[in-house]
Ligand binder design. Structure first.
Ligand SMILES: CC(=O)SCCNC(=O)CCNC(=O)[C@H](O)C(C)(C)COP(=O)(O)OP(=O)(O)OC[C@H]1O[C@@H](n2cnc3c(N)ncnc32)[C@H](O)[C@@H]1OP(=O)(O)O
Ligand SMILES: CC(C)C(=O)C(=O)O
Ligand SMILES: [Mg+2]
Length: 521
């Protein structure tokens, strides 16, 4: 019988994933994702890059102070300052790891770093040694490893292991490699690096040519025992290898692949949902494992086969990854439901709400039942996430009321009543050429910040004609980009909430920057 190898899952949703253009998570959002990653059972959570900003430092620290099961790691350049910031952020977590990187390929050495081979080796060795004075676990990454000369890669890996690195990551930074080529690189390193038994090898693949998952699997077939990946495959440019695809491929093809992970596959759908919601990056319908259509059968011949035996066309049971068979509720929640049933439902999401939050969630749920016949799991999860990541502890704008009078051939009138951060109530009326346009103009003219709408999206959450509307916006506020999201029964209310949410997220970041300044002073 073939031995089964344990594969460690290193999740980089909160670091490389957050490098996706347009994604900007605040610390409350990052913490919610980190808690879900822990429930999913990932071995390592890469929480961020503390030296990159004060905000990221605080997010990594909050995660490190909270997470107890998974290893928490943070990225650092080969610079003492970056390593010190990572140490400060990670020092309270039970299982800390530093992740330092330096590019090794000729093109990065020559044009970006302006270093020769020896300088790249010396800098890496010095910084691994320095890291070792602060951390037991030191991961070193050879950025752009897949375009690096193999003999040089062998030489530098031997040197950093000698200096104390315990994990060696060989990224395909630009998504250029192929499964055969990437696998061969791991084989070469496993066969030729004299001290490789003192470190574990790791993959980190990008999806520019659509081969990130295949490349990662080729890596483990040739000696790697850690895979770096992200939920929904988000990440720089075309993204990283998708965690859910790797996890389910190894599970479903366990007859072929002798590997196992410690992931709780049932948590995959929920992890995907929370990341899509909080990053504002929806999942494409035909995305493997978690797309809306991944378990839908449309063609008559397929439906006929499914009815006769589901295995004719279905290789993955939706329940395996936490997609309920009909995506409907087993416990129907509606107008006549009470607190107990609601609390029970919240419990099933494994999200903790304190009494105050539970009360607020129940009230929002009850309001929703006045408008919606059936409240779905997605609706309730949206309500919970709105509350968990709310900025209500800061001075902010609250849209108290609005009215829009749409005229097909004329000008649409919008009037709003807003509570401003200094607690004054302001009413304002404008005309515009459409409902959303008029509403946004009214808000824009009331808020003190200079805002400019860059992107606007509206979609439905859950199914049915009375589904909740979810809106996402990107605003430019005082020269910074902020995203906002809003959920409501009505599309205009969702749109208005999204706009206000983006402005409040801006205020929140301003207020926390001021708190940091004050703390420093
Ligand atoms: C492949 C990856 O995903 S790597 C991670 C990428 N992630 C990010 O860059 C997100 C966060 N980054 C940031 O916030 C900023 O880039 C910072 C704070 C890290 C640095 O900002 P700045 O000091 O303004 O530098 P900038 O980003 O313009 O340039 C990067 C500098 O780091 C150097 N550098 C790049 N990689 C490394 C490294 N691994 N070790 C040491 N120095 C490095 C570059 O050569 C350049 O140096 P130079 O200023 O001497 O030319
Ligand atoms: C920092 C490293 C690990 C990276 O993200 C890459 O090379 O893609
Ligand atoms: Mg990367």
């Amino acid at each position: 019988m073939t031995d089964i190898t344990d594969i460690k899952i290193f999740d980089t949703t909160l670091r490389d994933g957050e490098q996706s253009p347009g994604v900007n998570l605040n610390k409350e959002e990052k913490l919610e994702i980190a808690k879900q990653l822990e429930r999913l059972g990932v071995d390592v959570i890469e929480a961020g890059f503390p030296a990159s900003s004060e905000g990221d430092f605080r997010s990594v620290k909050l995660i490190a102070d909270t997470i107890t099961q998974s290893t928490v790691t943070a990225l650092a350049r080969t610079k003492k300052h970056d390593i010190d910031r990572a140490y400060e952020a990670l020092k309270n977590t039970p299982n800390p790891r530093i992740h330092i990187f330096l590019a090794t390929s000729p093109i990065h050495r020559e044009f970006k770093l302006k270093m020769d081979k020896q300088q790249v080796i010396d800098t890496s060795v010095d910084m691994v040694k320095y890291s070792k004075t602060l951390f037991k676990e030191v991961e070193w990454s050879a950025e752009d490893a897949s375009r690096t000369e193999l003999p040089f890669l062998k030489e530098i890996i031997e040197a950093v292991i000698e200096a104390g690195a315990t994990i060696i990551n060989l990224p395909d930074t630009v998504g250029y490699t192929t499964p055969k080529e990437y696998g061969d690189m791991f084989k070469y390193i496993s066969d030729n690096v004299s001290n490789i038994d003192q470190a574990i090898l790791s993959t980190h693949c990008h999806n520019d040519l659509g081969m990130a998952v295949a490349n990662s699997i080729a890596g483990i077939e040739n000696g790697a025992t850690q895979i770096e990946c992200s939920i929904n495959g988000i990440g720089e440019r075309a993204g990283n290898a998708a965690l859910e695809e790797i996890a389910v491929a190894l599970h479903i093809r366990g007859d072929f692949y002798p590997y196992k992970t410690s992931l709780n596959l049932q948590e995959i759908k929920r992890s995907s949902d929370i990341v899509a919601k909080l990053t504002g990056m929806p999942v494409q319908p035909n995305k493997a494992i978690i797309g809306r259509n991944a378990y839908a059968h449309e063609a008559g011949i397929h439906q006929d086969g499914m009815l006769k035996n589901a295995k004719t066309y279905e290789i993955i049971s939706p329940a395996l990854v936490g997609v309920s068979a009909d995506s409907a509720n087993t416990l129907f929640l509606g107008k006549h439901s009470g607190r107990h049933a609601f609390k029970d439902k919240v419990k099933s999401f494994k999200v903790e709400l304190n009494d105050e939050e539970l009360k607020e969630a129940f009230n929002s749920f009850k309001t929703l039942t006045d408008h919606k016949k059936e409240v779905t799991d997605d609706d309730i999860y949206s309500i919970i996430m709105e509350i968990k990541t709310d900025a209500s502890n800061i001075s902010r704008y609250v849209l108290e009321n609005f009215e829009v009078n749409y005229e097909q051939d004329g000008q649409t009138k919008a009037s709003i009543l807003i509570m401003t951060p200094d607690q004054s109530q302001v009413t304002h009326e404008v005309t515009g050429s459409g409902s959303v346009e008029a509403l946004y103009k009214a808000i824009q003219e009331v808020v003190a910040e200079s805002t400019n709408l860059l992107d606007y999206q509206i979609s439905s959450v859950g199914g049915g004609k009375d589904a909740l509307a979810e809106s996402r916006v990107q605003l430019k506020i005082n020269n910074h980009q902020f995203s906002g999201r809003g959920t409501a029964q009505d599309v205009l209310a969702a749109s208005a909430n999204a706009y206000i949410n983006a402005v409040n997220r801006y205020l929140m970041s301003e207020q926390s920057a001021k708190t940091i300044e004050r703390a420093k002073a």
